[in-house]
Design a protein around this ligand. Structure first.
Ligand code: SAM
Length: 249
């Protein structure tokens, strides 16, 4: 693919013809194996997010923003999903996700999540078949024209908007996405607050994340707050808490 074509393409139809950055590919392969692969780690907010998706997640057309390799984990509580669209700013993240989608593997962490939701491996295998689109774009600024006529029942973001450099940029994300939600559609997400140690190490300070900020977002863009919670994380070097929310259009 030529550089000019690469610059403008959003939809990935064939990962074989993508030019991949090996370092980023390694990063996402390690992410896939280190985060939600082996033993399910309780106390990191994962079980809280799964329960909120179980209670408030909608079926229908689902868009997962900043999917990384993890969309299928968050699919576990959902029912009646018609189509799944996965977005990330990095093609390498989606390549690792697609490799997983193409396999019939159901990792141990997924099996525990399935057990929590009273489901079997079959659910994940079925969800893999629903992944229809891979879209590369920056979900934290104006969305590309290819999405102009798309509307979703459910839009999720797990650990993505919390990477915004400032509270203003975080707030704006919810404005960009609103017109892509069907009436009655929902946005469900979770963002991890970084520990002083991680901020020191990597520099992105997202200590602006708190419950009031989500309340402000809801007020600013006229969402109804269906759920809002801060889950404290203890004994973790990198994260202090996770803010979990569900908003309705
Ligand atoms: C912390 S990871 C979370 C991945 C996944 N959602 C999960 O639950 O494990 C953040 C992801 O957001 C992606 N990302 C970062 N900035 C983005 C942006 N502006 N638009 C879309 N994706 C973005 C990263 O490439 C990465 O895959």
């Amino acid at each position: 693919m030529r550089t000019s074509q690469l610059k403008n393409r959003v939809k990935v139809t064939d990962f074989q013809s993508e030019v991949l950055n090996q370092k980023r590919l390694d990063y996402f392969q390690n992410y896939f194996k280190n985060y939600y692969y082996g033993e399910f780690r309780f106390g990191q907010g994962t079980e809280n997010i799964l329960m909120i998706l179980d209670e408030l997640g909608l079926g229908g057309d689902w868009l997962d923003l900043g999917a990384g390799p993890s969309t299928l984990l968050w699919s576990i509580p959902l029912n009646d999903v018609k189509s799944i669209t996965c977005n990330d700013i990095s093609v390498e993240a989606l390549k690792v996700l697609n490799d997983f989608v193409q396999s019939d593997e159901v990792p141990p962490c997924y099996q525990e999540a399935l057990r929590l939701c009273n489901k079997t491996d079959q659910h994940v295998l079925e969800m893999k078949k629903k992944v229809q689109n891979y879209l590369i774009f920056d979900a934290m600024s104006d969305w590309p024209a290819i999405l102009d006529n798309c509307k979703y029942d459910l839009i999720t973001e797990f650990g993505t908007f919390g990477l915004a450099q400032t509270p203003e940029k975080f707030i704006n994300c919810f404005g960009f996405l609103k017109k892509y939600l069907k009436p009655g559609g929902r946005v469900i997400g979770a963002n991890w607050t970084r520990s002083a140690h991680l901020i020191d190490k990597e520099g992105l300070d997202n200590s602006y994340l708190n419950l009031k900020l989500i309340d402000y977002v809801a007020h600013r863009y006229s969402y109804e707050v269906l759920h809002l919670e801060k889950v404290n994380i203890t004994n973790d070097l990198y994260y202090d808490s996770v803010i979990v929310f569900a908003l309705s259009h």
